[in-house]
Structure formats: C-alpha cells, structure tokens
Ligand binder design. Structure first.
Ligand code: FES
Ligand SMILES: [Fe+2]
Length: 373
C-alpha cells in the first residue's frame, strides 16, 4: 500500500475533526443496509477510523481483499483500533499489545498466549458488511434479514461504473433523504421547465418504489435541467435509493442508460453523509468504443453532480419544523416515504449487544500479575 493510499480522504478528516468519542446515539434509525465507503477508498492493508450512528468503528481491508468493520475500542485495554491498528494478512492488529482480530471480530492471536488459552471475551463486535456495486455496505439492525436490491449493472462489463462524491450534511437522514420522493421541488430546485407527478408501484414492508413522470399537459420537455423526465426509483431500505432514468413511462429495471445509486448514513446527531455513484450503459465494447463510452459516462457524471450539488446546498442544512405545513402541491409522496422510513425502525434498538460469554472457559480477568501461560 502506498503512502498516498494510506492517507485519509478529505471527508474522513472533516468527519474526524473534533469528533466526540463517547457520544450516545439519540435517534432511532431504520434497520437496513447503509453506505460505509467507496471500495476504491479502502486499499488492501488499510484500516480507517469511521463513525456511524455515534459509534466508533475500525474499517479495514485484509491483504486478501476481505473487508471487516469492528468496534474500534480494543477489548483488551481500549486502544483505538481504527487509529493505531494495522493489517497483517486478513487480520486487524491492535497497535498496543498486538492482539489480532479477524473480520468476524474474533481474536485469533495474542502474543505470548497459546491459541487454546485465548479468552472467549477476547473479541470485537463485528458489523456485517458486504461489498457490491463498488461500495462497502454495512448492516444496521439485529441481524441481516434482507438482500440489497439488484444493482448488478454496476458490476457488469456492459456498464461504466464511476464513483461519485461524498457530501457531509448538518442534518439527519430523514430530512436529507425524503427529498428523493419530493416531486414538488423539481421545477424550482432543478430549474425544470415542467412539473412531475409521482406514481407509487410498491409500498409495503421493506419495499418502496415509484415512478416519476411529467404531469399530463406539462409543457416542459426537461423536468430536471439537462434531464429527461421519466425515472423509476427503488428504495433498498429507507437510506438507499436506486434511480433509473427511463425513456418513457415503461419501467426498464435491467438495462437503463443511467443508474444512480444514492445512500445516506448517519454519522452522529445532525451529521449525515450522502454518497452517490453511477453506472452508464456502454454504447459498444470498449474496443473500439472506449473513448465514446468514457465521454458519455463523464458527461452524465457531471449532470448528476450538478443536480446533487443544487440539492445538497439545501439538504445539508435541513432543520425540520415540529409540524410540517403541508400544501396541496406537496402531494402524498413525502408522507408515503416518511411512513416507509418509520415502519423500518425498531424503537429503542441500539447496536452493541455484548457477545455471549461462555463462563466455563478460563478467564484472564480474575488473576493478578500477568498471563497464565
Ligand atoms: S489494547 Fe489492544 S491489544 Fe492491548
Ligand atoms: Fe433533487
């Protein structure tokens, strides 16, 4: 790993600056998969300190490519694994006494202690992670109960997959993300020539999906600047949206020209990250269409970057009023999204359930003066 790869990203530094290390999670968040990091931003052998839902984690990638996300507070004496840890093989090594942990959080080696004598409590809470579409995702909730949506186009050779940007908002996920369903904001915020209507195609349990299309009689061709109006949006849980541009009102789930993957993740109270990336269908095979494929993907990248920018200038400062003042043009879309968000919350649930301790195993704790090996 090069020194450049080892360096933290600008958004890491901004998030870690003045980070309160023991802040309590105040808000209930929906269970589901959340964006953790762009895959490109975690090199083999790299470990970074990250914070989500007011909890500190060490996110690391083994030399074999395995990704792990474990509590950053070392179970031995509390060193911060995200800040002092290193990677050896596929394990995270604490920078203080060199205890080693695998991606499941299990302690696999303690210097001068035989493997059979490793105490059962020697483990870090590990958060389920998966890597798909060029992003690292983590699961928030009692146990992973559902798959991510089908976003296989991002991993297909028929598509150009480009990472977007990470934005930091001074708000919470609900006010920042309900905007994906807010059809009322398009004419003004995206400088659209016409208005949009919103048609729900599924809204039950963990599923929420809808179409955007021009309001009948709308004169505008583009209802987003530079952008055709039709889109199909699927929500993979309340904090991930898959936006598929559509030619017309017929839904094309599998091979639209442009797919945008957007995720919001709470860092702590009133600090939320929003990340996006795109997949653009290639005009033809890279030989001989490579330059054209690249140009098309880059052009669409700038279109999305512009639209996200105008949104974020508003969303990152959202402070919802105690009671929303609804008007008729709001329609039902935002309220439907809010219902979807709230029904995925397990009230009062918090991560950090301690692993079960097998009391029959030997413990180091009661002894004084060194290890028993
Ligand atoms: S504090 Fe981590 S190994 Fe000692
Ligand atoms: Fe928007």
């Amino acid at each position: 790993m090069t020194a450049r790869q080892r360096r933290l990203k600008a958004h890491d530094r901004q998030l870690l600056r003045d980070q309160p290390m023991a802040e309590e999670q105040l808000t209930d968040y929906p269970v589901g998969w959340y964006f953790a990091r762009f895959s490109e931003d975690l090199a083999p052998g790299q470990v970074v300190p990250v914070e989500f839902m007011s909890h500190q984690f060490a996110l690391f990638r083994g030399q074999n490519g395995t990704v792990g996300m474990v509590d950053s507070q070392c179970c031995h004496m509390g060193a911060d694994l995200g800040r002092c840890g290193t990677v050896a093989g596929d394990r995270l090594v604490c920078g203080y006494h060199a205890w080693e942990f695998n991606a499941a959080g299990r302690c696999t080696a303690i210097p001068k202690v035989q493997p059979a004598r490793i105490p059962p409590r020697a483990r870090q809470r590990a958060v389920p992670v998966l890597e798909r579409a060029g992003n690292i995702w983590f699961w928030y909730g009692p146990e992973p109960t559902r798959e991510l949506l089908d976003i296989s186009c991002f991993d297909s050779p028929r598509y150009t997959n480009i990472k977007g940007q990470i934005h930091i908002g001074r708000s919470n996920p609900l006010p920042m993300f309900e905007h994906v369903a807010d059809s009322y904001h398009f004419p003004h915020n995206h400088r659209a020539a016409g208005s949009l209507e919103y048609l729900v195609t599924a809204n039950d349990g963990h599923r929420f999906e809808f179409q955007l299309q021009p309001t009948p009689g709308s004169k505008g061709v583009n209802v987003q600047r530079f952008f055709k109006p039709h889109a199909f949006i699927e929500m993979a849980g309340p904090c991930i949206a898959v936006y598929r541009a559509q030619k017309d009102g017929t839904i094309n789930r599998t091979s639209p020209l442009l797919t945008v993957l957007i995720g919001v993740t709470p860092v702590r109270e009133n600090v939320t990250v929003l990340a996006w990336r795109i997949a653009v269908r290639r005009i033809g095979p890279n030989i001989p269409f490579g330059p054209l494929n690249w140009l098309l993907a880059r052009a669409l990248w700038f279109v999305i970057a512009w639209n996200v920018h105008v949104d974020l200038e508003v969303l990152k400062w959202m402070r919802p009023p105690a009671k929303t003042l609804w008007v008729k043009p709001d329609g039902s879309s935002v309220r439907e999204y809010r219902n979807f968000y709230h029904r995925n919350i397990i009230a009062g649930w918090r991560p950090g359930v301690q692993p079960v301790v097998d009391e029959s195993e030997p413990q180091l704790e009661p002894q004084s003066g060194g290890s028993r090996d």
